[in-house]
Write a protein that binds this ligand. Structure first.
Ligand code: GLN
Length: 501
């Protein structure tokens, strides 16, 4: 049984075991996390709000239910019973303020839960707190939040990545057991890479976005952020599936992702025998940090020692992913964000004049600079005269990018790359130069454009800074990438390293 001081480092899987056996209580677990938050979150600022009292009430109720279940010998239909969860603040939580990191939604209280939150609650989890995102999930560093920056627990002068930086930082700092993030163009995977945690972006259509504040609807997905691959598989299984409230969810059965992991015996030879791993040559670009590249090469060599067949593949349209994404995502954002007008949600600017004045003033003061930039870029790309040149062209290129992946997956089971060309950068280093910030997303934009899943997991360090490996698979073949990720994780120790705070 873990000592009180290590409770906050448990995985959800391990915590559930100990809770069900009565070896720890949900109240103890919650207290341990609240103490960590008290001790460290003033430095890190992973959370926008934590309702300690409410969380402890839920924990107490969970303990009662766990006790009853133990006494009656009932099998557990609630695999997360008693486990606190940390939710990115772009995901709606009923009766709990949800701001999307934006001043324009300050004090906005949703009247319903996102489907993903509902499903996790049904599985027994309860809310610990809401984590800081870039405003409306637009960014790669969590510096764009309207409520202050989040710091990387591995180096407080550096960013935790973004836009799910609060979720990632909370995990890395021992202030969360598991978290949810959203990924439109890398926001689950890149923060995982920057914090030595695991982030999984599901296939488009695998997980409901009902109740998730929309950024770019043809790209947005919700994904688990966890300490290890098993937890990612467990949580994906819980949040996945068809939802009548989100017509883009697909009605294919949710596989048992835990079964897909298989049994990895580290002593067993070649757990990845026969698995074909492709290394896309376009993902080793100029400007990539040498120690990120060498870490990746070492990780690939390790996969080979596990029996994987490594081959080089080409995704020839990769270089167009960045411009394509940065036309389509802002175009969709400009439409999605039209609803924040000071009439329907959130605070309203108190100015004289007609409704147009009120809207102008509300949007002018409520949105931060990056969100305004995206709205303008998107509006431009959609305007008469430019629509064909930008938006339609980008949609055509999107098809070519998807086709690249289709062709590659005819030859290999999974693809591997880095999730970021650079290790976590310094706070302020890129925030004055949007183009530099966009360029940092170069490895995480093509997968959402193609609708395929990808996972990022700890793969080494560049000095004292974490480096993640990204593993991609064909749409709805999450099992394949999970299996490779799990075999890698179980035969390496990177994921067990923790920052000293
Ligand atoms: N960094 C990318 C952007 O700023 C992706 C963000 C995301 O996935 N939400 O758009």
């Amino acid at each position: 049984m873990p000592t009180e001081t290590t409770l906050f480092e448990l995985t959800a899987t391990r915590a559930a075991e100990l809770l069900q056996r009565g070896e720890i209580s949900a109240v103890e677990l919650t207290r341990a996390l609240l103490e960590r938050i008290d001790a460290f979150d003033s430095k890190i600022h992973a959370y926008l709000n934590v309702d300690a009292e409410r969380a402890l009430e839920h924990a107490q109720r969970a303990d009662d239910e766990l006790m009853r279940a133990r006494q009656s010998g009932d099998p557990h239909d609630a695999p997360l019973r008693g486990i606190p969860m940390s939710i990115k603040d772009v995901i709606s939580t009923q009766d709990v303020v949800t701001t999307a990191g934006s001043r324009i939604l300050e004090n906005f209280v949703p009247v319903y839960n996102a489907t993903v939150v509902e499903k996790l609650q049904r599985a027994g989890a309860f809310l610990l707190g809401k984590t800081n995102p870039d405003e409306f999930a637009m960014g790669s560093s969590t510096e764009n939040s309207g409520y202050g920056v989040t710091r990387n627990p591995w180096d407080l002068e550096r960013v935790p990545g973004g836009s799910s930086g609060g979720s990632a930082a909370a995990l890395a700092a021992g202030e969360a057991i598991f978290a949810l993030g959203t990924d439109t163009g890398g926001s689950v995977r890149q923060p995982a890479s920057f914090t030595n945690t695991v982030g999984l972006r599901p296939s488009y259509g695998r997980v409901s976005r009902w109740g998730v504040i929309a950024f770019a609807s043809s790209l947005d997905q919700v994904g688990p952020m966890t300490r290890d691959v098993r937890d990612a598989a467990l949580l994906l299984g819980i949040i996945a599936g068809r939802d009548a409230h989100d017509s883009t969810t697909v009605d294919t059965a949710v596989p048992n992702y835990l079964d897909a992991l298989g049994e990895i015996d580290p002593g067993q030879d070649l757990p990845l025998r026969g698995v074909r791993v492709g290394v896309p040559r376009e993902y080793f670009v100029q400007g990539m940090a040498p120690d990120v590249e060498s870490t990746l090469r070492a990780a690939i060599a390790h996969l080979e020692t596990l029996g994987a067949e490594i081959s080089q593949v080409s995704l020839p349209h990769t270089e167009y992913a960045l411009p394509t994404y940065y036309i389509l995502a802002p175009a969709e954002a400009s439409a999605n964000l039209a609803r924040y007008d000071g009439v329907k949600y959130g605070p309203r600017a108190n100015v004289p004049g007609d409704v147009w004045n009120v809207m102008r003033a509300t949007r002018g003061s409520g949105f931060g600079p990056e969100v305004k930039r995206r709205i303008m870029l998107g509006t431009y790309a959609l305007s008469a005269g430019y629509y064909d040149a930008y938006y339609v062209k980008a949609q055509q290129v999107r098809t070519l990018i998807k086709r690249d992946f289709d062709n590659a997956f005819d030859k290999v089971d999974v693809l591997v790359s880095a999730a970021s060309p650079v290790p976590p950068f310094r706070i302020g280093e890129k925030s004055d130069d949007p183009l530099q910030m966009y360029l940092a997303d170069v490895f995480t934009l093509a997968q959402p454009l193609a609708g395929i899943p990808a996972i990022c997991l700890p793969a080494g360090f560049a000095g004292h800074l974490p480096v993640g490996m990204q593993i991609m698979a064909r749409a709805f073949e999450e099992e394949k990438m999970l299996r490779v990720a799990y075999a890698y994780e179980q035969t390496t120790a990177w994921h067990t390293r923790r920052p000293t705070l």
